[in-house]
Design a protein around this ligand. Sequence first.
Ligand code: ZN
Length: 230
Amino acid sequence: MSILRVARLGHPVLRMVADPVDPADIPGDDVQRLIADMLETVDAYDGAGLAAPQVHVSRRVVVLHLGDEAGMRVWINPVVTPLTDEMVVTMEGCLSVPGLRGAVARPAAVEVQALDQHGAPVRLHLRGFAAVVAQHECDHLDGVLYVDRVDPRTLAFLEEYRRFGAFPWGTDEDTGEDTGEDTDEDTDEDTGEDTDETASPDPPAEGEEHLLDDDALESWAESISDQDTN
Ligand code: ZN
């Protein structure tokens, strides 16, 4: 296994639409080595997730950490489908855009269909931060970076973000059109102990299939806040 070099903003590979992986190739050495190297790389960078284009491989493969319980996942050819119009605003970071954070509004719940590292189909419903990281990573496969979706007024260097918190001057109307008042409430609630978060995931609706409990989401949120993530 090897720790791979991460492509940074400006490298053309980050703007390409990545090629699907032929399922027949998944057991082969090339794909398995790529997965092993990506897992080692995301661990070495202490990231929450990594997409193959970030390591200069334009294939539809992502690895991502979905919380303590769910652990690290490998998705091949993932398809993400929003399940709600409800939006969640999160301060995101990216290993390919080192040293920055910015607020992005995304659908609060998604379905992910993918193949795992063995080629077996997986289908998950994710909410909150797990849904955010899934969307962030899968965006990379289409050449989309979080800075394309960010509210530019919220961009902050990591050092300042840690020092002053998320957009301490307050949100404005541009911060997530669809999140409105709910997000402001979430922000206020969260800033007590955990100023790095801008929004907390809503609890899953009763009976809804979901991967993470609230504790797992919280610990994931805490871990992501200290990392140059994704
Ligand atoms: Zn990223």
